[in-house]
Design a binder for this molecule. Structure first.
Ligand code: SF4
Ligand code: SF4
Length: 441
């Protein structure tokens, strides 16, 4: 059955055009409510998954138009997908959420000249080509290496700036001295008997903020019998675009990735970023209507593996216990790794394979830290509340090392621990594994 009541406007609508079996899945049981961070904070039905789905369904049924209030609600949602894990009816909230945000953008419900300009520059232009982001990253790196950032922060000038600008300046990430293409050869041969040939996706934000994690991933894969193909010029996965209402550009980037990494040439296509991986493994849905890509996109989804998932699948080679220092680590689960990809046990298995490592469970380990893509930029208040809650739990574990597998979570929590002056190391699980292999030579 297709959505739309008699007399409903014929305007193209992302939600009205969505498969109605997805729109009508929710049975209003409310079991998702306790898992939703925005409902937990406000106790308002409209800020819950059930309330949001009801709004989306009203639009799909032609009973409601996308208004400013609807748009604000869709952007107050973190897109953390905790509600999907909790839902007994299997509601595909990820699909609803992407189409709802696309509805907001296409209807212009939140449009202002300033917002349109920022979106065109940041989402469509900057993240449209990796070279542009790398150029910006290199400029910020120079600004940081010359000490200008430190000078600005110590000078007191920031006090005279508007609060919003001060908040944004505080979010400026530390840029790596080298990007992935400088650290990883286009081809890394297996360090032991070759069993697999894999492609490594180096990402966009990951590439400029955590290229060292990409290098560690290539090394760990080689240590586990994989030839690793890592082209120096890659494309953004498109998750930022899909989660922010730019589905056409997300499809374009999906096509470019499939062209660059034909899935029939690899045993696996590896992602080490929870948020990217969650989007990357759904190219089949994104390109379902395109005969030239649909079959390859489904093959791509089957080959797309999170790095922890892949290492456990192929039988991770534990590092020898030579010179292994005792390490106490706690693990924060990236929402899109846990709820989007359902990869929960494997990162813990990877950590526990490291000799002399003690894993302490983090309370509410799969509760969003507030990063959520660009949520910490557009909803700083709620993102800040969630970050404080996460940091309090980290303190309660007394662990000096926090492992997490998503660049957004890493950057957001690093900002938080610096602000609080906490003596905690934030690190990707794969980096801890790579260090253990290096110690053993
Ligand atoms: S995605 Fe997260 S914030 Fe949004 S409704 Fe679901 S649980 Fe709540
Ligand atoms: S989304 Fe799922 S858990 Fe939440 S109210 Fe609907 S059916 Fe129940």
């Amino acid at each position: 059955m297709k959505a739309g009541s008699p007399g409903a406007p014929a305007r193209h609508s992302q939600l009205r055009d969505l498969d109605y079996s997805i729109v009508q899945q929710c049975m209003n049981c409310g079991l998702c409510l306790p898992t939703c961070p925005t409902y937990d904070a406000t106790k308002l039905e409209r800020h819950s998954p059930r309330g949001r789905i009801a709004l989306m369904r009203s639009i799909a049924d032609g009973q409601l138009e996308a208004t400013r209030v609807f748009g604000e609600e869709m952007y107050f949602c973190l897109g953390c997908l905790a509600c999907m894990t909790a839902c007994p009816a299997g509601v595909n909230y990820a699909e609803l959420f992407e189409h709802a945000r696309a509805e907001v953008e296409e209807s212009g419900a939140l449009a202002t000249p300033q917002r349109n300009l920022i979106r065109a520059a940041a989402i469509r232009w900057l993240f449209g080509e990796l070279g542009r982001l790398q150029w910006l990253g290199a400029a910020i790196r120079l600004y940081q290496q010359l000490g200008l950032q430190t000078l600005l922060r110590r000078s007191g000038v920031l006090r005279w700036m508007p609060q919003r600008l001060r908040e944004l300046e505080a979010l400026t990430p530390a840029i790596q001295p080298q990007f992935s293409a400088d650290l990883i050869a286009p081809f890394t041969p297996a360090a032991r008997e070759r069993k697999y040939r894999v492609a490594l996706l180096t990402g966009c934000a990951q590439d400029i903020m955590f290229s060292d994690v990409n290098r560690d991933t290539a090394e760990v894969l080689a240590c586990n019998g994989c030839d690793v193909v890592t082209p120096p010029q890659q494309h953004c996965c498109g998750s930022l675009h899909a989660h922010n209402g730019e589905l056409a550009q997300a499809r374009d980037l999906a096509r470019r990735n499939i062209d660059q990494f034909p899935p029939d040439r690899f045993d696996a296509i590896i992602s080490n970023a929870g948020g990217c991986g969650s989007h990357l493994r759904h190219y089949g849905t994104l390109l379902a209507g395109e005969p030239a890509y649909a079959a390859r996109a489904r093959q791509w989804d089957a080959k797309l593996k999170d790095i922890h998932e892949w290492l456990v699948q192929i039988g991770l080679q534990p590092p020898p216990p030579l010179d292994a220092p005792p390490q106490t680590v706690t693990y924060h689960e990236s929402c899109h790794l846990a709820h989007g990809q359902k990869v929960t046990t494997q990162p813990r298995q990877v950590l526990l394979a490291i000799p002399n490592l003690k894993l302490v469970e983090l309370p509410e380990s799969n509760w969003c830290c507030g990063s959520a893509g660009i949520y910490n930029v557009i909803q700083p208040e709620m993102a800040g509340q969630l970050l404080e809650r996460k940091l309090n739990h980290i303190v309660s574990t007394k662990a000096p090392i926090v492992a997490t597998a998503n660049p957004g979570c890493l950057a957001h929590m690093i900002n938080g621990i610096h602000r609080r002056g906490m003596k905690v190391r934030l690190v990707h699980p794969v980096t801890l594994l790579a260090e253990a292999y290096r110690r053993a030579g």
